[in-house]
Design a protein around this ligand. Sequence first.
Ligand code: KIV
Length: 294
Amino acid sequence: MSASAESTNATPYGTLPPTAAASARKPISLPRLLEMHARGEKLTMLTAYDATFAAVADAAGVECILVGDSLGMVCQGLSSTMGVTLQTMCYHIESVARGLRRAQATAWLIGDLPYGSYHESREQALRSAAALMQAGSHMVKLEGGGWTADTVRFLVERGIPVCAHLGLTPQTVHALGGYRVQGKTQESAALMKRQAHELQDAGAALLVLEMVPAALAAELTRELTHCATIGIGAGKDTAGQVLVLHDMLGINLGKMPKFVRNFMTGAPGVKEAMQAYVAAVKNGSFPDNTQHAW
Ligand code: KIV
């Protein structure tokens, strides 16, 4: 069978096409992301944990795919992200990277460093980050401020792009006393600001702000000139937005977090729901500060 005849065949089991047309989009690189931000274009990020969803997200125009350790709760049924191992992260990152390669996709792939894989020392963090990069990540993400700045600098100096994460940091949910908005008091807001600047100075290129008051996230977004903020429950004025895939597809049997919109509502399929998410983030209609923010 010729390659063109083969490519017209339906593919079983929801897998990727045997031959995919090259994407019309240029590969997303870190400089491209930062240029988009500098031009005022909103950045879009979604989590994905497998080959097919990652390829569909790419085809829908999502720029950044995060293999988040939320996979512990979404895919593994854990009650928090703390039980996710480095080995499990590598497995999912490899699957996503393979899916993106097969689909000739162009998204920027971020891998989460799981709890305990970067806390001992900068050297341990480098070994763990190297494993995620070898699995196919373009960038690693780690949670927390203060002590992490030194680790971020160590990784960035060794050629590993880093996305930091402040606000509600799920790996420390027990210390925080639950999934609560962070930075509500003057003191905690001042601490978050100091930590955000330290992370930027250490070389973090992206900063996830999770469950942070919209006004504080907007202020941080204006102040950080070399680090693009990506909000989740942080209002509409961050440089970009991220959602957990299953939440934005309405696959959540628990109470949907306030900051989520179910993009499957009115969409004929998953790709269209993701396209609606990209469009809503780009045109500023999601999130809506009157509904999705604090
Ligand atoms: O693990 C994850 O999916 C995350 C996002 C919620 C930002 O950290």
